[in-house]
Design a protein around this ligand. Structure first.
Ligand code: CLF
Ligand code: SF4
Length: 507
């Protein structure tokens, strides 16, 4: 007769998710130390880092050499930013001044990226002049660039010369027939080329550029815009190919297409994917490569932590009035980095350590394993929206402008996306005003079963519950993963996690 055995404790109750989930904690587990050092303070390449470190973009690149159906040239490059607001285009000198001012004011700012408003490599003089000056004046700032890839091969040498360690290529397809539905034309060898031929050239250049960057040891992130009915299924093939060629990370972003943006897709009524469609595709691609789930589709002049924009504090007239002592600022920046590095190391150690009695662990973690024919699923995954700051459950529900979405399961909690919301509450006492905004927020949270926040008012609590979303304010100022797992275990203990319910919730 088979006797039940006591299972060893689960590898962790929090922090790190199991399998190749794409969370940075997992990526890090298998990553060489040298590679870790290259991404650990880059908010886009490391999910952990994005809670602590900020990036900024300088909009020095106005021109573009291709046309995408999701772009209107009046707006920022939609490959790496969301359309909707015109950037102030800067000269390289202005861009350098702005970067030094931001770096001196925001010690968290570790990365300077050039991502538009057109294509950085279609404006090589302006782009490389900015990089050249910054590598001399601010050597502690990482330099990053994002391109559509058409001119990439001819610039790889120069990128390497400027010590640019992180390059993003937007690759929406590897099949020219798909590409012809996304790109109406490219500008190539002084000629405008249309349709399938244009797409074939662009794809060839992107793939060649990717191979050349990887051969030089430069980290490559691939961005893809998910366009329902155009490249949704095809992106799995894209993911497989770019991974095989050595890309480090794949970032599948939802198409943004509104008629008021005046883009071809917007005007033609091409729809954007739902959060569930986006997640399903990211999950499908994940088997092949590390997926980025925390992209905020930032503007080409964004400043601050991902998800926040402090650009208004750094307009050129304000910068002219600042006195900047960059050498002194470098010391503050170095101290900040050291402090955060220590915090991140401690977090990783906690995530990979055996269970500590101090952590909130449900009794189910140590359990009897039934015989194979009696085994039941341990509990289904649950989507939880979190009003977060710096990796903690730290924001009042009514003040949240975005919610991070975590998937909690027996393997741990992992970030799977984010949802934008409008803050509707102006103070603790008035939480519950702005009914219309609250209704919209509840809609935005569709598919989530729990909301974790630091506080929440009576009225939104009731409305969330009525919508089938359980508010929870009991884990204020706890690390997100620990809070999410504690709630998941409570749900498991209460018998709310049988497999049947999941299909209905996550579809
Ligand atoms: Fe900027 Fe892009 Fe560098 Fe990041 S953004 S150039 S890699 S520093 Fe980041 Fe913004 Fe997403 Fe881009 S969240 S849009 S992935
Ligand atoms: Fe617009 Fe960027 Fe496409 Fe150029 S590459 S057309 S700027 S989205």
């Amino acid at each position: 007769m088979d006797l039940p055995v006591i299972a060893p404790p689960a590898p962790q109750a929090s922090g790190c998710s199991a399998g190749s989930c794409g969370s940075t904690s997992d990526q890090m587990a298998g990553m060489a130390d040298a590679l870790r050092a290259r991404v650990q303070d880059h908010p886009c390449y490391s999910e952990d880092a994005h809670h602590y470190f900020a990036r900024m973009h300088v909009a020095v690149a106005p021109a573009c050499n291709i046309q995408c159906h999701y772009c209107n040239r009046k707006y920022d490059c939609a490959n790496e930013s969301r359309p909707g607001v015109v950037s102030e285009v800067l000269t390289p000198d202005q861009a350098v001044k702005k970067t030094l001012a931001v770096a001196a004011t925001i010690p968290q700012m570790t990365v300077l990226g050039i991502a538009g408003p057109g294509d950085p490599l279609a404006n090589p003089e302006r782009t490389f002049e900015t990089f050249r000056q910054l590598s001399a004046k601010a050597p502690d700032i990482k330099l990053c660039v994002s391109t559509n890839g058409l001119s990439l091969p001819e610039h790889v040498e120069e990128l390497a010369r400027h010590n640019i360690d992180h390059v993003t290529i937007t690759i929406n397809c590897v099949d020219p027939d798909v590409g012809a539905k996304i790109y109406p034309w490219i500008f190539w060898n002084n000629k405008r080329i249309h349709g399938r031929d244009a797409a074939a050239i662009l794809i060839g250049q992107q793939q060649k550029g990717l191979e050349m960057l990887v051969a030089r040891g430069i980290l490559v992130k691939v961005n893809s815009v998910l366009i329902p009915g155009v490249n949704d299924e095809h992106l799995k093939e894209v993911s497989r190919i770019v991974k095989a060629k050595g890309a480090f990370l794949h970032n599948v972003m939802p198409l943004i297409a509104e008629p008021e943006h005046g883009t071809f897709y917007g005007v033609m009524g091409q729809r954007s994917p739902s959060p569930a469609e986006l997640k399903a595709l990211q999950d499908a691609c994940e088997g092949d490569m590390n997926m980025m789930r925390h992209c905020r589709q930032c503007r080409a002049d964004a400043v601050g932590l991902l998800g926040e924009d402090r650009g208004d504090e750094f307009t050129m007239d304000k910068i002219e009035a600042m006195e900047i002592d960059y050498e002194a600022a470098m010391l503050v920046r170095a101290a900040f980095r050291e402090k955060v590095s220590a915090e991140l190391q401690a977090k990783r150690a906690r995530a990979h350590a055996p269970l500590s009695p101090a952590l909130p662990v449900a009794p189910q973690i140590i359990r009897f394993i039934p015989r194979a024919d009696e085994q039941k699923p341990l509990g289904r995954p649950v989507l939880m929206a979190v009003a977060a700051k710096n990796g903690m459950v730290a924001i009042h529900f009514g003040h949240a402008r975005e919610f991070l979405v975590y998937e909690a399961s027996a393997g741990g909690a992992r970030l799977v996306g984010h949802r934008k919301a409008d803050a509707y509450c102006s103070g603790d006492e008035t939480c519950g005003d702005g009914e219309f905004t609250l209704d919209r927020t509840i809609k935005v949270l569709a598919g989530c079963e729990v909301v974790l926040c630091s506080r929440i008012g009576y009225e939104p609590w009731g409305k969330l519950e009525a919508a089938g979303i359980q508010p929870n304010g009991e884990h204020a100022m706890q690390p997100i993963e620990e809070a999410a797992m504690a709630v998941w275990h409570e749900m498991l203990a209460a018998g709310k996690l049988d497999a049947k319910a999941s299909a209905a919730k996550c579809a």
